[in-house]
Design a protein around this ligand. Structure first.
Ligand code: ADP
Ligand code: 5GP
Length: 196
């Protein structure tokens, strides 16, 4: 008799640029009790690689032409355009992970989070991360080791106001005023879901 594997959960983290979503997602992957059980699938993007980012690890960096080909071949589950660049979730990533009983954590924009929530209403848990203020988010991006040009920081902050207005549609909203605190809260959300 074969035991059917229980499907995993999909944690989607959104928030304005500089809110800390990537840091939180990466830290979840290395938590002792979650290591190996929670995976961060790699999105495709046409945005240029920042210093320090690794191909296939942070993103799968592709040309606009390649992105179009992936779309045509239906290899992308959902996609968005952010500040002139395309970003897309690989179609097989969600099913592959959750069908194995593992859990997935994605950092997606508002449309990506809404798409995943609609497609997987009983599996998806959405978390919005707010910076203490947009000024703090701006400072954090400017201090980030993978230098973002100041003009791009300005454009990111213009989008951030609109992003913040959507926080109420998420399952959880966390304020990243202290990294250890917010990681503890994110861990609690994950543990509550997977051990219930
Ligand atoms: P996002 O993915 O939302 O754009 P990041 O995770 O890249 O944001 O975080 C932006 C920068 O802010 C990084 O350099 C990160 O180390 C730093 N950071 C994140 N959270 C905090 C915090 N609570 N206090 C200080 N710096 C932080
Ligand atoms: P960044 O350039 O800061 O890495 O990402 C810009 C925005 O695109 C962030 O809000 C990030 O979460 C989002 N994003 C990254 N990959 C994807 C994706 O595959 N789909 C969607 N919808 N958003 C993504």
């Amino acid at each position: 008799m074969s035991l059917k594997t229980r499907k995993g959960f999909i944690f989607v983290i959104s928030g304005p640029s500089g809110s800390g979503k990537t840091t939180i997602a990466k830290r979840l992957l290395t938590q002792p009790r979650l290591k190996g059980r929670i995976i961060k699938p790699v999105s495709f993007t046409t945005r240029p690689k920042r210093p320090g980012e690794k191909q296939g690890k942070d993103y799968c960096f592709v040309s606009a032409r390649e992105f179009d080909r992936l779309l045509k071949e239906k290899k992308i589950l959902e996609h968005t355009r952010y500040l002139g660049y395309d970003y897309g979730t690989p179609r097989d990533s969600v099913e592959r992970v959750i069908n194995k009983g593992q859990h997935a954590v994605f950092c997606l924009d508002l449309s990506g989070a809404a798409f995943i929530k609609k497609a997987y209403p009983d599996r998806a848990i959405t978390i919005f991360v707010k910076p203490p203020s947009l000024d703090v988010a701006k400072k954090r991006i400017l201090l980030r080791s993978n230098k973002t040009p100041p003009e791009e920081v300005y454009r990111r902050m213009r989008v951030a106001g609109e992003e913040l207005r959507s926080a109420g549609s998420y399952d959880y909203c966390l304020v990243n005023d202290n990294l250890n605190k917010v990681i503890k809260e994110a861990k609690e959300i994950v543990r509550w879901a997977i051990y219930q």
